[in-house]
Design a protein. Structure first.
Length: 154
């Protein structure tokens, strides 16, 4: 269940806290194949299960950028900011892929609100570290500091 902020100004009081987790999501070969089709990255470690079974990961793995893109799915499950006219992705810092995400694995996002800043024009900027955990694994599949801007409603 998402941590809810009734207004973007409430974010500042939560800086430094863990916001919770998204639901678990199974990484399927179909999802990996569709991502490969969308991006043109059809490397065999992602899309050739037979060859990948003999490779370094003993099976196909999700693209790192597919794992990163799931943060967009996980963030609204982790936190919801109300009282805004608009929220936008502003960027990201410190992107890492510590472990491969194998097809068939389940992943979820966990969020920590690192910092909150006022920005020119009246928006509130929030940096949230999202850690994409792999069920049963020691290391996460992705860690990224996302930067979002929230424009308060008039």
């Amino acid at each position: 269940m998402a941590t809810i902020f009734q207004h973007p100004r409430e974010l500042a009081a939560a800086a430094g806290t863990h916001l919770g987790y998204s639901d678990w999501l199974e990484i399927t070969q179909d999802r990996v194949n569709r991502f490969a089709d969308a991006t043109g990255d059809r490397q065999w470690i992602h899309v050739d299960p037979e060859r990948a079974a003999r490779g370094p990961f003993k099976g196909t793995i999700a693209h790192g950028y597919l794992t990163l893109s799931l943060v967009n799915l996980f963030l609204p499950q982790i936190m919801e900011v109300r009282g805004i006219s608009m929220g936008v992705n502003y960027g990201a810092d410190k992107l890492r892929f510590p472990a491969p995400v194998k097809v068939g694995a389940r992943v979820r996002g966990g969020g920590e609100l690192l910092k909150v800043e006022d920005v020119k024009g009246g928006a509130i900027q929030a940096t949230v570290r999202v850690t994409v955990e792999i069920e049963g694994a020691e290391r996460p599949g992705c860690v990224v500091d996302t930067i979002s801007r929230y424009v308060p409603a008039a």
